[in-house]
Design a protein around this ligand. Structure first.
Ligand code: ADP
Length: 405
């Protein structure tokens, strides 16, 4: 039996899950949000286990930093009898957003690995410092356990040069490792492998398009088990329209804002990371709120929805041309798993390409399922993502602990 604590440490949030990888079950879960703000919110949950009922504790309090947040989570976990030590946790897995050009696989964290992750902060200033903080805080508060870093970029190290090369001066690109890396790789790999399992087909015989649509959103093209294109690039800004990020924009727009309109690079970063996408266009980053606006015929909401769908269609069509032939299209993450209308609309023009949605399965089903008709040449699926489980399995493999090793 292998038990793993998975940590996803963001700049102002900390998400934890303890999983048993032998039975692939969650044992406990915690989330702390608004770390560093005057009032934060913390939830610790014990999952219903054999002989024990589920129990949850939520509190609002100030958590000045990640150390304070994790300390309090561990105190409450001990009260709920789900402290990592009580549960026999053997390893800690961390989501690390940017693995740069060298980290292709999950690795055990050593001082050298830590130094390399730190160097990559230049490429991912919004993510890697927070991920590293999670590693350091967990090591201080839970000493003696091995740590494994699982990189969001890892799955995309197979991108062909034609897909990962920016058409800019080669010397400049080489000097600073400027290329497309891709993100959400753990999710794209997990979901594409599940898709093959659901279809009962060998993974390396399928051509797939995976659409991970959450607050962050990305698409990938996978040819015979190998990622051949993805929509995020050097940073997680490129590609699809997201909760607060615009996805693709003309790079000239950025030059214009800085050189001709007097915006500072910091202002532009805030504009592109926090004030664009759904938030920038409609005032609401949450897809549920956007859909309410669409139902009310709110002009901004309708335009936003149309921009989201248009961009999705462009990527799906583009990846189809890259792959030549598509066996399966899979939707995942908060929006992909829950918004039937978006799934139907983004594929609505593809009838002649062999995509036929089963509207009943699309609108009324739940969880992992096929949503195309039996006659549809291309299979369309919904597969809930589980990045935590994928990270926990990766810990098993790297450390040689469990059944997946
Ligand atoms: P992330 O992990 O990137 O923060 P999620 O995968 O949790 O994001 O997705 C969050 C998005 O999913 C939000 O825009 C949210 O509104 C949307 N979402 C979640 N559940 C639903 C639902 N039932 N209906 C519509 N949108 C939903």
């Amino acid at each position: 039996m292998t038990r793993v604590l998975v940590i996803n440490s963001g700049s102002s949030s900390l998400k934890l899950q303890i999983l048993d990888t032998a039975v692939e079950e969650e044992l406990a879960w915690a989330l702390v949000e608004r770390i560093g703000e005057p009032t934060g919110i913390l939830t610790v949950r014990r999952t219903a286990l054999s002989g024990q009922s589920a129990e949850e504790h939520t509190e609002e309090a100030a958590f000045p930093d990640h150390t304070a947040a994790l300390s309090r989570v561990l105190e409450l976990a001990a009260e709920l009898q789900v402290h990592p030590t009580d549960l026999g946790v053997e390893a800690i897995g961390h989501r690390v957003v940017h693995g740069g050009p060298d980290f292709h696989q999950p690795v055990q964290v050593t001082p050298e690995v830590e130094a390399d992750i730190e160097k990559l902060e230049l490429l991912a200033p919004l993510h890697n410092p927070a991920n590293l903080r999670g590693i350091r805080v967990a090591r201080d508060l839970l000493p003696g356990l091995p740590h494994v870093a699982v990189f969001d970029t890892g799955f995309f190290h197979t991108l062909p040069a034609a897909a990962h090369t920016y058409a800019i001066d080669r010397e400049t690109a080489h000097r600073w490792d400027l290329r497309r890396y891709g993100f959400h790789g753990t999710s794209h790999e997990y979901v594409s492998r599940r898709t093959a399992d659901v279809l009962g087909r060998p993974y390396d015989e399928l051509n797939q398009i995976v659409l991970h649509l959450g607050n962050g959103a990305s698409a990938s093209a996978i040819a015979a088990g190998r990622a051949v294109d993805t929509s995020m690039g050097l940073t997680p800004l490129e590609g699809l329209v997201m909760g607060t990020r615009p996805g693709d924009v003309d790079p000239g727009l950025i030059i214009h804002l800085i050189r001709d309109r007097g915006m500072s690079p910091e202002d532009v970063s805030t504009l592109l990371n926090r004030k664009s996408g759904l938030e920038g266009l409609s005032g609401a980053r949450d897809f549920r709120a956007l859909l309410e606006g669409v139902d009310d015929d709110d002009t901004d909401a309708v335009l936003t929805y149309d921009v989201v769908i248009h961009r999705l269609r462009r990527y799906i069509g583009g990846y189809w041309a890259v792959l030549g032939n598509v066996d399966a299209i899979t939707f995942t993450a908060g929006v992909g798993e829950n918004v039937a209308r978006l799934r139907a609309d983004s594929l609505a023009t593809l009838g002649q390409w062999g995509v036929e949605i089963d509207h009943d399965a699309n609108e009324n089903g739940s969880g992992e399922r096929l949503i195309s008709t039996p006659d549809s040449r291309v299979k369309v699926l919904v597969v809930p993502t589980d990045e935590e489980l994928a990270i926990a399995r990766a810990c098993d493999e790297v450390l040689g602990l469990g059944p997946h090793a």
